[in-house]
Design a protein around this ligand. Structure first.
Ligand SMILES: Nc1ncnc2c1ncn2[C@@H]1O[C@H](COP(=O)(O)OP(=O)(O)OP(=O)(O)O)[C@@H](O)[C@H]1O
Length: 682
């Protein structure tokens, strides 16, 4: 074996200089080619406008021109993406290196790993490998010694001689060292010890082995990750998407992926990771918002999930809680199904239809309705009977029915439904179940309570058929899985039959009881779902995580050995004293801090008092779409999924049924310092 240590390729600093030169050269070439490409596009357009009147009458020439133009535009678009990636890489071309000897060979090969592939010329062997490339798996999964990775051609075996980690900033080597262990704990602690940001960080430099296994899992159709707060679920889900986009780029585009996320602030918080990893951003949607849009023709307004939470905390009524829970359960889905079977008769008032000499008897209608079109959802079925009638009439008479008459016929057939109003039908369902119907008869006065939003949506789909606008979605990501009910998953399973990554933490359920969705998910999504548990928490210091674990009763949490200040608990006589303490403890050296309350009313009041003191604060409400550096005031439920360097949590009142979960959620938002405050009852 040659002394590979003398080879310049094995010296990170030399290699950095070389790569930077080559990156710059390649960037110059791309810029030139982009500008040539743009000139070509301009020329093509000019040629088109000058000549289009003389092009052949069949449009062949026109078509060829358009195709050539499209081809050039696409080529430029690809070059532009490459340019963005290389510009980013110029700042930090690589962060790791594995020296690997392939089985049967003598010499080691250095594999440098960065956020993207980089080769001196397109098609040449990369100088730097994308962190998602097969060979990069060596960096995340193995120590020194025998190692394997999965290449497209099969398993590649060999030996890792050494592993290196680098920190490069603005093109300068900040540090480089050889590390024996997987991803050195010291580096991880250093990364985690830094201040938080208003955006979630990318973790490519320090992905852990168990996290890597989830990111690179392409085998399982449905992957469910139950992970403790701060275990990296959201980070992993986003890196997994980047990985899948890289590996399945032939048939998976960013437009084929959808994230179901809890709210706008969270969506903004995670929005930059994919672009940072060189991928396009993906669509994000709140399931609540989706439901409201679907029901906008049924009622003028829908209650918000957060309004329901506020009500539970302010007026805890056991009976109401039980009812709301029941309406989201498998049992209620069964009730709806029973009701639907009954509706087949009770909703109908059949009568013969006569039109210009042709009569369809009641018996004929019944036959079509209950036999021929029985598979069609109830509220859509009569349309088929009507179309059948129109078809028959037009065939017999040899002429078409006018649009006005068709409308008239539609009214005749529609009259056979006692009502087509989903809201009224839903009220009937509630009455059948012995519950009070909803109030407000006219559309403008209707506001659907949150507990009825998804049952009504379920009923709508069963009566009218599902929404098919998501047919192009090939991968669905559901974050905060514990906050979706049996009924919601049933609806989701009907809307999406694609691959899914589902992640959450039962200890952070925003309900009175913790919910383990894994108890019912296999029944809804199929038995082939794969469940993974993650108990290691990365976000907080040991002091904070241990304190939070006590609140929730979690015992199996594994903590990274990062220490900080003890958690401070204090009771104050008034809000003013509490705010004095917040302002005293606010540390300017941190980037972000949050004052978290249980209810919106408390958050608004503390925000108002802080503003009166002239403090610079940002307030997050349910319509906010981002959060800012400095101090933020909000409720625990809107802070879910986010993290802050310092957290000042204001504990709830004893009778608040969400108190335990809320305190756990607040505590786990803190990276470095946690203050648990209380205002004494007077
Ligand atoms: N391998 C890693 N390297 C560096 N940082 C990591 C790693 N894994 C997780 N983190 C950090 O830990 C913190 C928590 O990650 P993330 O928000 O993804 O966790 P989560 O499980 O979704 O948390 P929660 O359920 O509380 O919202 C983030 O700051 C993230 O950057």
């Amino acid at each position: 074996m040659t002394n590979y240590k003398n080879d310049r390729r094995f010296n990170g600093s030399y290699f950095l200089e070389e790569v930077e030169l080559k990156l710059k050269k390649r960037l110059d070439e791309i810029r030139k080619s982009l500008s040539d490409g743009q000139k070509e596009i301009d020329n093509m357009q000019e040629y088109y406008w000058e000549n289009y009147t003389e092009m052949d009458e069949y449009g062949y020439e026109d078509y060829d021109n358009q195709q050539a133009l499209l081809h050039q535009v696409n080529a430029n678009q690809e070059k532009l993406q490459l340019k963005h990636r290389f510009e980013k890489m110029l700042d930090s071309p690589f962060f790791g290196r594995v020296d690997f000897v392939f089985d049967g060979e003598e010499e080691a090969e250095p594999f440098y790993i960065g956020i993207g592939n980089f080769a001196e010329k397109a098609g040449m062997q990369p100088l730097v490998y994308d962190w998602r490339a097969p060979v990069s798996g060596l960096f995340y999964d193995f120590d020194k010694g025998p190692a394997v990775y999965q290449a497209p051609a099969g398993e590649i075996q060999g030996e890792i001689l050494s592993k290196w980690q680098y920190k490069i900033k603005n093109g300068k080597m900040i540090y480089e060292f050889e590390s024996d262990t997987k991803i050195d704990d010291d580096i991880l602690k250093k990364e985690l010890g830094t201040n938080s940001d208003v955006k979630l960080k990318n973790i490519v430099r320090t992905i852990q082995k168990e996290q890597n296994a989830i990111i690179r899992n392409t085998r399982d159709r449905i992957l469910v990750i139950q992970g403790a707060a701060g275990s990296g679920k959201t980070s992993i889900a986003l890196h997994r998407i980047a990985y899948l986009l890289y590996h399945e780029r032939e048939n998976l585009k960013s437009s084929n992926i959808l994230i179901l996320s809890p709210n706008g602030v969270f969506a903004d918080y995670i929005s930059h990771i994919l672009p940072e990893l060189g991928e396009e951003n993906i669509r994000e949607m709140s399931f609540d918002l989706f439901a409201y849009k679907e029901l906008k023709n049924t009622a003028a307004d829908c209650e918000d999930k957060y309004d329901q939470l506020e009500r539970i905390m302010k007026f805890p009524d056991q009976e109401a809680l039980r009812r709301a829970d029941w309406k989201q359960s498998a049992e209620f889905v069964g009730e709806i199904e029973g009701f639907l079977a009954m509706l087949e008769d009770s909703l109908m008032d059949f009568r013969p239809v006569e039109y210009r000499g042709m009569v369809m008897t009641e018996e004929e209608i019944l036959k079509l309705f209950y036999y021929k079109f029985t598979e069609t959802p109830l509220l859509k079925r009569m349309d088929l009977v009507r179309d059948y009638f129109i078809d028959e009439w037009e065939t017999l008479r040899g002429r078409n029915i006018s649009d006005d008459d068709k409308l008239l016929l539609q009214q005749k057939f529609d009259k056979m439904y006692v009502t087509k109003d989903l809201y009224r039908i839903y009220c009937q369902l509630l009455e059948e179940c012995g519950l009070d119907p909803l109030s407000g008869a006219e559309y403008e006065r209707r506001k659907i309570p949150y507990e009825d939003v998804f049952p009504m949506l379920y009923l709508k789909y069963r009566l009218e058929g599902g929404n098919h606008s998501h047919k192009n979605i090939k991968h669905l990501v559901i974050d905060e899985m514990q906050d979706y009910s049996y009924l919601q998953y049933t609806i989701l399973a009907n809307l999406f039959s694609c691959k899914m990554t589902i992640l959450g933490d039962r200890a952070q359920t925003m309900d009175v009881r913790q919910q383990d969705v894994l108890k019912f998910l296999p029944r809804i999504l199929g038995r082939d779902l794969h469940k993974i548990e993650m108990n290691k928490s990365y976000r907080n210091t040991v002091e904070i995580a241990e304190y939070a674990a006590k609140i929730s009763g979690i015992e199996d949490l594994i903590l990274l050995d990062r220490h900080g200040k003890e958690v401070a608990e204090q009771t104050f006589a008034s809000e003013d004293f509490l705010l004095d303490a917040v302002q005293e403890n606010l540390n300017e050296e941190f980037e972000t801090a949050a004052l978290l309350t249980m209810t919106e009313e408390e958050a608004l009041e503390l925000n108002r008092l802080l503003k009166l003191r002239g403090a610079e604060v940002a307030y997050i409400d349910k319509n906010s779409s981002s959060f800012k550096k400095g101090l933020t005031v909000t409720t625990f439920y809107l802070a879910k999924g986010l993290e802050f360097d310092q957290v000042f949590a204001v504990r709830g009142k004893e009778q608040n049924p969400l108190r335990q979960q809320a305190e756990y959620i607040c505590a786990m938002r803190a990276l470095h310092e946690l203050y648990m405050y209380e205002i004494a009852d007077v």
